[in-house]
Structure formats: structure tokens, C-alpha cells
Design a protein. Sequence first.
Length: 146
Amino acid sequence: MSGKITVILLIGVTLVFGIIFFYFQNFAYYSKVSNKEVIMVNNKLIKVKEYLGIRSDVSKLKLRGCFKVDPSLFEKFDEDDKASPLSAPFWFKCFDYEEIQSDIDKGLLKAYLAEENETLGIDRYIAISKNGLGYEWRQLNEIFVK
């Protein structure tokens, strides 16, 4: 009888731990951002509309954002070929990193380095479509990626 109790307790504790772990990985550390009206790109303020983003104080890499912007404001900026968006939590629907990367590769989105070493070793990138849809994220730079 004690073997059954041990197995049930082990499975119960594992299940509870798994649920708590899932919650912390996907929900607990994120905060939503929706009141952003400008983004900084190469030390220039760019007005954005309908900004919807997430961020975290735990990790600087957890920034993701979606917005609308006038694409002509980016004509003077140099494109960057190192842009590689990171995944977002499943519930943040506007940021599909696979689709964003595919559109960058196809030339449908133009990617720009918005700020190099925003935090040591972490760069902030944006990608803009011809119709003004924009995305923002942070990724590791050469200091940490070798």
C-alpha cells in the first residue's frame, strides 16, 4: 500500500510543479505595454500607432512589440542582415517570429538595428513592412554569440 501512496504523491508533486513551471515561463514575468507612442531608432524618435508589446524586468531579451508606423520614416536608415527575432509566448499573437523571419528573408520586411548594445551584449531590432506594420525585439549580439 505504501508504494501506491509514494507513486501517487510523486506524480501529484510532479504535476503541480509542471503547472507552476509552465505558468512562470509563459505568464508570470511578462507585463503588457500598450501606451507607447514613440520608439527610438538610431537616436531618432519615431512616432508609432497602436503599439502592443510585452516586456520583462527579469530578462532584457523578453521585449516584443507590434505597431504601425509610416514606412517612409525609415528610408534613410541602413538595413541590417543580422536581425533574427526570438520567439514570443504563445498568447502574444501579433508577434509570430517564424513569419517575421520568413518575411525578412523574402524581403517583405526590412530589418533595422534600432540600438546597438542597448544593454551590454543585447541589441534592439525593428522590422518594418511596406504597408507600415512594425515589429520590435531584442537579441544577443557578437559579445555573447560566437
